[in-house]
Ligand binder design. Structure first.
Ligand code: NAD
Ligand code: ZN
Length: 361
């Protein structure tokens, strides 16, 4: 058993509490990882606000991390102690029908099908003050050590800087893949991206890499615009600067609406605005933002031919195989998600990280 620090969420709507926890050794088919760096994703915040389904408290959150294998359980063959790895919140069991379908990355072991609050044998490796603490989508990266099933671990290039490539565990791969895999953005096309957090800026990078000729970045926080431009946005607009709805502004800017629109906020109004912003006949709108409420739309929006799609962790990436390839492309300087990193904090200041997220910084 390893004693180390972890940020425990004892209950929803409370700050995280940095505690000493016990992390039990990996059982058969499991891997214990020393987490070196983790990002904060807005989805962690959704969980704290109680708006992600099936999560059980107390829990150790965090799902965008990178680390080094500390030890392995019986039967583990694909990684060994000392390997650099990214733990995967979307596993790749390799056996379910989606893992076997080249067009899907939605492994049926994922949380929405089967809650990942306990490891597959229905027990937890975490305890604190004599209480069992739940895992979060198995990975729980807000801990100095974590235990995950082998099929939720991607082994990456030993040269990868872990404090940078942790973003490949969620934000970068999600946004970049939404453009490349889910929308399949074509060269010369026009795109609109609603929401310029870590995920939305990664969508901008994906649209640019796919050769889009116009990328319109949309956010109510104009402080996000400089970085969006640096990463490839050609225009930046703040919906609050206009009297008319943003979908009308975008339609006027592009003639018939954009070819591809992306919602990367998680609000009903931006979902509808993003859908209405794409070309009424051939446009594709991709939903990336997570929301817990229902929305109603005018069905005519789809009747005229638009396509409305959702995406999880970047569409068709096969997580165990493709995340290491993405990391290698990063090492070959094919893209630069380092620009997404705004602050680097010591672990004990994890709540300050959430304050910065809330403040739009
Ligand atoms: P973030 O908080 O860093 O960024 C959200 C951005 O949206 C901010 O810049 C904010 O100013 C902007 N925004 C807020 N209201 C807006 C409005 N009305 N119009 C335009 N912009 C507005 O969040 P993030 O970490 O980048 O995550 C974005 C969303 O993606 C979240 O909902 C998160 O849960 C979701 N997400 C989905 C997946 C997936 O697999 N589908 C993966 C990761 C994150
Ligand atoms: Zn995430």
């Amino acid at each position: 058993v390893i004693r180390c620090r972890a940020a425990v969420a004892w209950a929803p709507n409370e700050p995280l509490s940095v505690e000493e926890v016990e992390v039990a050794p990996p059982k058969a088919g499991e891997v214990r990882i020393k987490i070196v760096a983790t990002g904060i994703c807005h989805s962690d915040d959704h969980v704290l606000k109680g708006s992600l389904p099936n999560v059980e408290f107390p829990v150790i959150l965090g799902h965008e991390g990178a680390g080094i294998v500390e030890s392995t359980g019986e039967g583990v063959t694909s990684v060994k102690p000392g390997d650099k790895v990214i733990p995967l919140c979307l596993p790749q069991c390799g056996e379910c029908s989606f893992c076997q379908n080249p067009e899907s990355n939605y492994c049926q072991k994922f949380h929405f099908s089967e809650p990942q609050n306990l490891l597959p044998d229905k027990t937890s490796r975490f305890s604190c003050k004599g209480k069992q603490i739940h895992h979060f989508v198995w990975v729980s990266t807000f801990a100095e050590y974590t235990v995950v099933p082998e099929y939720a671990v991607a082994k990456i290039d030993p040269a990868a800087p872990l404090d940078k490539v942790c973003l490949f565990g969620c934000g970068f791969s999600t946004g970049y893949g939404a453009a490349i895999n889910t929308a399949k953005v074509k060269p010369g096309s026009t795109c609109a991206v609603f929401g310029l957090g870590g995920v939305g800026l990664s969508v901008v990078m994906g649209c640019k890499a796919a050769g889009a000729s116009r990328i319109i970045a949309v956010d109510i926080n104009k402080d996000k615009f400089a970085k969006a431009k640096q990463l490839g946005a050609t225009d930046c607009i703040n919906p609050q600067d206009f009297k008319k709805p943003v979908q009308e502004v975008l339609t006027e800017m592009t003639g018939q609406g954009v070819d591809y629109s992306f919602e990367v906020v998680g609000h009903a109004d931006t979902m509808i605005a993003a859908l209405a912003s794409c070309n009424m006949s051939t446009g594709v709108c991709v939903m990336v933002g997570v929301m817990d409420s229902e929305i109603s739309i005018d069905p005519t929006l789809l009747l005229t031919g638009r396509t409305w799609k959702g995406t999880m962790f970047g569409g068709s990436w096969k997580m165990r195989e493709d995340i290491p390839k993405l990391v290698s492309s990063y090492l070959e300087k094919k893209f630069n998600p380092d620009l997404l990193i705004t602050h680097t904090l010591p672990f004990a200041k994890v709540n300050e990280g959430f304050d910065l997220l809330h403040a739009g910084k």
